[in-house]
Design a protein. Structure first.
Length: 846
């Protein structure tokens, strides 16, 4: 037996925290049926004996800036033993900052624009005998810290995006100063705190101007320590090489600007608005994750040289250029080409342009204080032979935990597009899209994508960070903002279905995947407040027992993006969607209440769910499974959420089938219905129809996107129409600033939520208990598939289901991690209980 993984706060090494961390470990063994008998976890003098591999919280004392060794000794049921060690470090904890916030108090951002990046500079000396140096640093804005001309650390967009009134992360980077004089230069762009954000281009949302807080710690062999802290002895300049940097418009960098030519003055001491808690980074940092080279190069009719990177991503270009001083090169970005030109209308006000002014000779440029969502880059101002260009893919550091593939290549391309949709929208917060003037933390998008996200990625650190903001920004009445962090979003905070349900659906999906109750425990009060608000709004202005459980007010996005109607139609379906999601949220929170030992709550939520289910039937249907107002999502949700029974189920499934047939074998679901559509069919005896929809290739369908060249998931099913035009329909009215570019993105992950069905039903792999401690493998056959494989790196190790179908013989391989158990259901109806180990099962299929 071996310890195959040992993590502190989901990190195998390098954890630095200001909070009580969680320790987890996975075991590996050649012995079939092995399982943990007990483990001793030691952290210094602290120790605990446990039978849990996941979620052990170190609750011993913490001293600032201290390294804590962690040791795990595990004993298996077989008597075999294994051990492993790691460590974590603490950050400042409550140590008061010696540093003071600094800014340029004379600078004001122009209206609706991002401020010019501020550059802060400080020279400092080190004496001989330096043994360690590090910096603790944060900013209002996003910063880049350079020491002696070299970037420190490999994070992008530090300190990260949080609800800055409540919490702000700081980073700790080890430094390697030279002996003698050193220069620290920190560029702070407006970022989310000060820069222009939302399509309304609000600016100075959290602070009037950028500010920096930093302490450079120098420790010498003789035991002395120097701290170089931000204060009035730092210099500031607003005419550095970064002339412009912001989310939507991009970056303008003038390499001819040298530090000597800049105007420097003493920095001003300032104080941030509000009193955020300043905590050691607890989210997953954004980093360069991979590099793509162009797959094609063309010249557009306009003369622009166009590079195709073959994949829609979030990231930045990296260019090696041979150029002359003063030569300006412009890089524009787009997701699609129309008539061989970059199509940028859908970016709306976002310019998504990097402009670089060169020095003489060979040089490299890559934006550092912005990112774009793109597949194509158009370049002007340089001869192609003087340019080498690549794309640096940026997203939060999320371990990729899931893999799915099958014998149908188009479905594999869909799976790839789903994963890329996640990668490009997990840029510090879950965004709706990475390209246009939005890139906001729309809650509904993540709510529906959560299970798929948690299959494909270890979301734990990323989500823990974002859910902290969800909790912090929950309204007093229990509403959840539609966008978190709100960051200038104009919608009032209110309880709204699907979007607000994120406070339940996101932690629940992550719990099932990772098995750590802590996230559920922390979010439980948020869930309860949200459900209370939903219940209150349902009862408002309602007459009659059943109407009191129909959730209509104050506002719902309804069947958002359903292809059979427009925005008015989406909103009109609000109460069906809201009522069904409410039933489901009650059901989930009842299960969470059981897990947390809140029996009374569980009983109450089950009762409320029953009432909502009855109300849906009474108010919306004829009582025999037919909706008075029919639309696909209206059938999908009750069927998928188990809100129907007996003949009613049959009738509803028939009616859903009929609507699909009437739509020519097409789906017509929006954000809330799409993730549930195939479940609604497959759980109710219509496996073939589920596969037909999955494999449909004409619009609207998943594979239409893929066949039309989509490498990520689209916001609208027909974003690119069969005739090659882009569907830039806006939300109607046309008076809003967002009309013109319409509402169409080629990188919205919501419809990719079908990924859950691929893992759960096609590969057949699904958790029955948190973290796959117990799981099920029950593949569904259909769609002509002859093989499929899904695997997930669970906290206990890799769980895998891989099957082939040949000559009437079904062969299934299953890997069951140590300490877990699995129930297999084969296509012939037989059930098999498996302990840990690798297994092969075979049956005949007629
Ligand atoms: C966003 C969506 C979001 C929606 C809410 C859009 O502009 O891009 O994905 O959930 O608004 O209505």
């Amino acid at each position: 037996m071996r310890i195959s993984a040992l993590t502190v706060d989901a990190q195998p090494s390098g954890c630095l925290t200001d909070e009580q961390p969680r320790i987890a470990f996975a075991l590996d063994s050649d012995r079939a049926g092995e399982s943990l008998a007990s483990a001793r976890i030691t952290v210094g003098d602290w120790r605990v004996d446990t039978t849990d591999q996941v979620g052990t919280v170190y609750d011993g004392p913490l001293e600032p800036r201290t390294t804590y060794p962690v040791h795990v000794e595990a004993t298996g049921e077989s008597g075999e033993r294994a051990e492993a060690s790691t460590s974590f470090r603490t950050g400042r904890l409550d140590t008061p900052w010696v540093a003071r916030w600094i800014t340029d108090a004379a600078y004001d951002s122009p209206a609706k624009q991002s401020p010019v990046p501020m550059v802060f500079r400080r020279r400092f000396h080190t004496r001989p005998g330096l043994v360690r140096a590090w910096v603790e640093v944060t900013a209002l804005g996003v910063y880049e810290f350079d020491l002696n001309g070299e970037k420190v650390g490999d994070d992008y967009f530090a300190p990260g995006f949080t609800s800055y009134h409540h919490q702000l992360q700081y980073q700790t980077y080890d430094l390697a100063p030279v002996e003698g004089e050193n220069t620290a230069v920190v560029t702070v762009a407006g970022g989310w705190a000060v820069g222009s954000f939302t399509h309304k281009r609000k600016n100075t949302i959290y602070a009037d101007r950028q500010a920096l807080l930093a302490e450079i710690h120098l420790v010498y062999a003789d035991g002395t320590t120097d701290i170089v802290a931000t204060g009035p002895d730092w210099n500031v300049s607003t005419d550095g090489p970064f002339r412009m940097a912001e989310w939507y418009d991009g970056e303008t960098f003038d390499a001819t600007v040298t530090a000597d030519a800049q105007t420097w003055k003493a920095a001003d001491v300032t104080a941030p608005k509000g009193r955020p808690r300043i905590l050691a980074q607890y989210g997953a940092p954004v980093r360069a994750q991979r590099v793509l080279t162009p797959v094609a190069q063309t010249v557009a009719p306009s003369g622009e040289v166009v590079f195709d990177f073959g994949q829609n991503v979030a990231g930045v270009i990296r260019a090696r250029l041979r150029a002359e001083r003063g030569q300006t090169v412009v890089f524009r970005h787009a997701e699609v080409l129309v008539d061989d030109e970059l199509f940028v209308t859908s970016l709306r006000t976002a310019k998504a342009t990097a402009t670089y002014t060169c020095v003489d000779g060979e040089q490299t440029y890559s934006p550092r204080l912005t990112y774009m969502g793109f597949r194509y880059v158009g370049v002007r101002g340089i001869r192609p032979e003087d340019l080498e260009i690549e794309t640096v893919v940026l997203h939060s550091d999320l371990p990729e935990t899931g893999e799915f593939s099958c014998s149908n290549d188009l479905v594999n391309r869909l799976q790839s597009a789903i994963q890329w949709g996640g990668r490009s929208n997990f840029v510090d917060i879950p965004t709706d899209c990475p390209q246009r003037d939005e890139r906001e933390g729309w809650t509904g998008d993540y709510a529906v994508f959560a299970p798929t996200a948690s299959y494909n990625f270890d979301m734990s650190r990323f989500l823990a960070k974002w859910l902290r903001d969800v909790a912090a920004e929950q309204g007093r009445g229990g509403g959840i903002p539609m966008v978190v962090p709100r960051a200038g979003n104009p919608f009032p905070v209110m309880a709204t279905a699907t979007w607000g349900d994120v406070c339940i659906l996101a932690p629940w999906a992550e719990y099932l995947a990772r098995g750590d109750l802590r996230m559920l425990r922390e979010q439980y009060p948020v869930m309860k407040r949200f459900l209370k608000a939903a219940g209150w709004w349902s009862a408002l202005l309602s007459v009659g027992r059943h109407n009191r459980r129909i959730w209509r007010y104050p506002f719902h996005f309804g069947d958002w993006t359903a292809p059979d109607t427009d925005v008015r139609g989406w909103l009109r379906r609000g109460r069906w969607v809201a009522t069904a999601y409410l039933a489901q949220s009650y059901a989930i929170v009842a299960q969470i209440a059981d897990l947390l030992g809140r029996a009374d709550d569980a009983v109450r939520y089950r009762r409320l769910r029953g009432e909502v289910v009855a109300a849906y039937r009474e108010v919306f249907t004829d009582g025999r499974g037919r909706l008075k107002t029919e639309f696909q999502t209206g059938y999908v949700l009750p069927l998928a959420f188990g809100m129907t029974s007996g003949e009613e189920t049959e009738a509803m499934a028939d009616n859903l089938s009929r609507l699909i047939a009437e739509a020519g074998g097409h789906l017509a679901t929006g954000f809330p219905g799409t993730p549930q559509l195939l479940f609604a069919l497959s759980e109710n005896g219509r496996v073939d129809e589920a596969f037909e929809l999955l494999l449909q290739t004409s619009s609207p369908s998943w594979l239409y996107m893929v066949e039309s060249g989509g490498t990520t998931i689209w916001e609208r099913w027909d974003a690119l129409r069969p005739d090659g035009t882009v569907n830039i329909a806006d939300l109607g009215g046309g008076s809003d600033e967002d009309s013109g570019g319409g509402m169409v993105s080629f990188n919205h992950y919501a419809a990719g939520a079908v990924g859950e069905w691929l893992y759960r039903r096609v590969a057949g792999l699904e958790p029955l208990e948190g973290g796959y401690r117990r799981f099920r493998v029950a593949p569904l056959l259909g769609g002509g598939l002859t093989s499929a494989e899904g695997s997930v790196l669970t906290p206990y190790g890799r769980a895998r289901s891989s099957w082939t179908l040949a000559d009437g013989r079904f062969t299934l391989e299953v890997d069951v991690p140590v300490s877990t158990s699995c129930t297999v259901e084969l296509p012939d109806g037989t059930r098999h209980d498996l302990d840990s180990g690798s297994h092969e099962l075979v049956c005949a299929v007629v």
